[in-house]
Write a protein that binds this ligand. Structure first.
Ligand SMILES: [Zn+2]
Length: 276
């Protein structure tokens, strides 16, 4: 009875907060299995992301900063097109997402993937890090993993919790609780808000598995990170300030890239057989 009461109370609290606990992905070989609390639906977030992404890419196009180098764009697209089918390991619905990637002329060492698979790579990342294909696959695998795990939806859910808490003051001052549309919130968490250490670690682990399954050497995540640290001297990449401490991150990437090596080897074996 007591258990039932607690259960009902917890349910009532969750309902009051409009929250639900979900598992966005299956564990895969790397075994990411944390449950997530969401206060907003995937549909809302994905629709917002698509709107924000179209606007941002149209804006980049207007400034002549979109897909300037056809060979560069083709290279990025090839890598993404090998990674995307591997998402099925973690969630079968992702194959049907409206995946899209563009190369944006910006000097920052950055790349991102919005909800529902809307991606961007900045020329700064390509020109400053000179990544190999394996390393670029490590970057894109990591960013895709953020989307699979719906980390933006989770961040927005957390923000909504905070906003509800300040809602009374907001009402007093005539400030709308959710003054900005969900698309703006998605853009904001993608471009501006640091990700938590938990989110980064999950994206690292799922990212190396995606890369390995696509036939990219998962160890490239380690060499990529070492390159980023070197670059950090004069121009700290945006990532360095927000990501887990470098040493523990590299140690974790080494462990998990080793764990997915058999996947890489069998992907390489089958691609040799088919002549890819
Ligand atoms: Zn990340």
């Amino acid at each position: 009875m007591r258990a039932l009461t607690i259960f009902l109370t917890a349910g009532a609290v969750a309902l009051a907060a409009g929250c639900q606990t979900v598992e966005t992905t299956k564990g895969g070989t790397v075994g990411v299995d944390r449950q997530q609390r969401m206060a907003v639906s995937s549909e809302e977030v994905n629709a917002g992301a698509q709107k924000a992404y179209s606007q941002m890419m149209a804006e980049a196009q207007k400034k002549n900063a979109l897909d300037r180098d056809a060979a560069q764009v083709q290279r990025v697209k090839n890598i993404v097109s090998r990674l995307v089918p591997q998402t099925a390991t973690f969630r079968p619905d992702a194959a049907k997402w409206p995946w899209e990637v563009h190369v944006v002329s910006l000097d920052d060492v950055n790349a991102w993937c919005m909800p529902a698979g809307k991606m961007a790579v900045y020329t700064g990342l390509i020109n400053k890090l000179h990544p190999s294909d394996d390393e670029l696959a490590a970057v894109m695998g990591h960013e895709i993993a953020h989307a699979l795990r719906e980390h933006s939806r989770e961040q927005i859910s957390q923000q909504m919790g905070t906003q509800a808490a300040i809602g009374i003051a907001g009402a007093l001052f005539g400030v709308g609780e959710l003054g900005q549309g969900i698309g703006n919130m998605v853009a904001d968490v993608t471009l501006n808000k640091p990700k938590s250490r938990t989110h980064e670690t999950e994206a690292d682990r799922i990212g190396v598995e995606l890369a390995a399954r696509a036939g990219y050497d998962p160890h490239a995540a380690v060499s990529l990170w070492e390159k980023m640290m070197k670059l950090g001297g004069s121009q700290p990449p945006q990532w360095l300030s927000t990501h887990p401490s470098n040493e523990s991150r590299i140690a974790d990437l080494k462990t998990y890239s080793e764990r997915v090596m058999p996947l890489y080897q069998s992907a390489k074996g089958s691609s040799a057989a088919t002549g890819r």
